[in-house]
Write a new protein. Structure first.
Lengths: 315, 317
């Protein structure tokens, strides 16, 4: 059986019995297709959260790097995760990306230029879902390496990104802990690349699910290494923890990659030597580390405005 | 290695020999959410082939001469020209946002609704060259031609309006408000019928003026309308109510209500009198026996939308 069937069935049920009646009642039936897009994102988002919980939590319990007397600081990361993977963010990004894709590619087609896609460049890829997805992942991961590296390079950008690094209790929930503006910049970055290579957002939902699991795992509070070769093929919790280490915070960091360590190796930012270092950003104000969602968001904006106004952000 | 290659080659040759009859007795279903087309065998009621396409196909249409089968891939910005005998891809035609397709009754014009780009393109069907583009706000979704082919009526889902285009003068005759979220549209007995997806029925519109004469209640989320081959029954699919309603085509009175789960969308009619219906949210292809009301479903790809039964059946003796 096609493994996507249970997810699609759940999304269809959600659409038919909850989203569609709600849209009808609200007089918004023209958005039924968008509603269905959200239902799919929500179902796969729930599956992502459930899967990362099922895989990462036992690992964190089994071989934790750190033990904390309480985990209050982790609660806000759970909120970030739910907003990012199930809530309005996917709906917003999906609608915006879809509109941009339709507008740009339609305009290109009108002018006699066929919009680029990997499958048009290599027609043999049509129907080869896993291989096509892998190629898309490699390209997007490369783009994300540079986005991430630049977010450390520019002081105003790092003021936002510091929110991600301020967490001293890093767990698998910390992957989605990002400032909203940082997420928006990331979305614009991703969209530009995705439009260039014509990535289909809903064509590979199961593979995206696995990808997000790996990204969550890389933040997990667990002593897990993939071995000499494995760590050079895929980013491990040990490798990514070095990026979150207190000595790596700020503008001169290492291990920027999200999924593949190849770009760090290629551009000489890889550091395989650091073992399970303490995490956090000693320069970041306390609100970024332990504040509520709103407090953290406000602190990020405040830091960025100060920097842009010519005053250094308060550490 | 060589033996394997030989077997593959033989298989391909046998496949080619088998091609002319391949499409007979099948249904082609357009899986809008799976970037694919499903080929379903009507006898065994099984999906026998999945054809990958680029991004997001929605509708399928046979050309008037029955020689080409066109599938519109909206996000892929292309029309796929398939061989109706074999479903083999013949060519890709770059077209911006081809959502809904329709040929004028004389077969000379191809009208393409671009729902996401809020445009209606009129193409010369022979050359596939753009004759005229009408920017229409917003979400042009379905179309119906007047029998003389001089006008095409387009529903504008985003603005609750119906547009009438003059295909001789290539101009907009009128845009009028007809009700909430107009979707399917059909010319019947000198009137234009418009399914109101944001409401619970079908608007009966005077085509000359665009005035709504009355609303015929069918069910919540009325979405699409189809006239039976004998032209005696009008079937209306209700997206929210998940029903297919049979109306008397002459006076639009309700004959029967059939529950069809999963958001029924497009319909095609089989020679045995059964209706084949795409179920957008159940990811299935339903068969409805109008005599008994029995509904069976065959799994296909995600969000199936357009479909066509046996496109070569009438042309093939």
């Amino acid at each position: 059986m096609d493994p996507t069937v249970p997810f699609d069935t759940a999304a269809g049920w959600l659409q038919e019995h909850a989203v569609l009646p709600a849209l009808y009642w609200l007089g918004l039936m023209q958005w039924e297709d968008v509603g269905y897009g959200w239902a799919l994102f929500a179902v796969y988002g729930v599956a992502q959260v459930a899967l990362m919980y099922a895989v990462c939590l036992p690992l964190e319990r089994w071989r934790p790097v750190e033990r904390w007397p309480d985990q209050k600081a982790v609660t806000v990361d759970i909120i970030y995760t739910l907003i990012s993977r199930i809530g309005l963010l996917p709906l917003f990004t999906f609608v915006l990306f879809y509109q941009l894709q339709v507008w740009l590619n339609g305009m290109l087609t009108d002018n006699g230029y066929v919009p680029p896609t990997l499958e048009r460049l290599f027609p043999a890829l049509l129907g080869q879902q896993a291989l096509t997805f892998f190629l898309y992942v490699v390209i997007l991961d490369f783009a994300d390496y540079w986005r991430h590296r630049l977010s450390h390079r520019f002081a105003w950008w790092y003021d936002l990104h510091a929110l991600h690094h301020a967490q001293r209790q890093m767990t698998f929930w910390s992957d989605d802990r990002n400032h909203l503006l940082d997420d928006i910049i990331g979305f614009v970055w991703f969209t530009a690349v995705a439009l260039l290579i014509g990535i289909p957002p809903l064509q590979f939902p199961l593979l995206v699910l696995l990808l997000r699991l790996l990204e969550s795992l890389s933040h997990a509070n667990t002593r897990l290494r993939f071995g000499w070769l494995g760590e050079r093929l895929l980013i491990s919790p040990r490798f990514h923890r070095a990026h979150h280490g207190i000595l790596a915070a700020g503008q001169r960091s290492c291990n920027y990659g999200a999924l593949l360590p190849w770009w760090d190796m290629l551009f000489r930012t890889a550091d395989f030597s650091r073992d399970y270092v303490p995490t956090g950003d000693p320069e970041a104000e306390e609100a970024l580390a332990t504040g509520s969602y709103a407090v953290q968001q406000a602190a990020g904006v405040r830091r960025m405005v100060r920097t842009l106004a010519g005053r250094e952000a308060v550490g | 290695m060589c033996r394997c290659f030989g077997i593959l080659l033989l298989g391909s040759l046998l496949g080619l020999l088998a091609h002319p009859a391949f499409a007979r007795g099948t249904v082609l279903v357009v899986n809008s959410g799976a970037a694919s087309l499903s080929v379903v065998d009507m006898t065994t009621r099984k999906e026998i082939r999945r054809i990958p396409v680029l991004r997001e196909p929605h509708h399928v249409m046979l050309t008037p001469d029955r020689r080409d089968l066109l599938v519109g891939d909206t996000v892929g910005n292309e029309l796929l020209d398939l061989d109706p005998d074999t479903y083999a891809l013949r060519r890709r035609i770059p077209v911006a946002d081809p959502y809904q397709l329709g040929f004028s009754p004389d077969g000379k014009l191809l009208v393409i609704n671009g729902l996401a780009r809020a445009q209606v393109d009129i193409l010369d069907a022979a050359s596939m060259k753009l004759v005229k583009r009408f920017p229409l706000k917003t979400m042009p979704s379905h179309m119906a031609f007047s029998p003389d082919g001089t006008r095409v009526f387009i529903t504008l889902q985003g603005t609750n309006r119906l547009a009438a285009l003059d295909l001789r003068e290539m101009k907009v005759l009128y845009e009028v408000t007809v009700g909430k979220v107009p979707a399917g549209v059909l010319w019947l007995n000198g009137r234009v019928l418009v399914a109101l997806m944001g409401d619970n029925g079908v608007a009966v519109v005077d085509p000359a003026t665009g005035r709504v004469e009355r609303i015929v209640q069918t069910g919540d989320g009325a979405h699409q309308l189809f006239l039976s081959p004998d032209k005696r029954i009008l079937y209306v699919n209700n997206r929210v109510a998940s029903t297919t309603v049979a109306l008397n085509a002459s006076d639009l009175t309700t004959l029967r209500v059939y529950p069809v789960p999963g958001g029924p969308d497009d319909i095609d009619f089989a020679p045995d009198g059964k209706l084949w219906i795409t179920q957008r949210f159940a990811h299935g292809l339903a068969t409805l026996d109008p005599a008994t009301g029995a509904v069976d479903s065959i799994p296909v790809g995600r969000s199936p939308h357009g479909l066509i039964i046996n496109p070569t059946a009438e042309a093939t003796p």
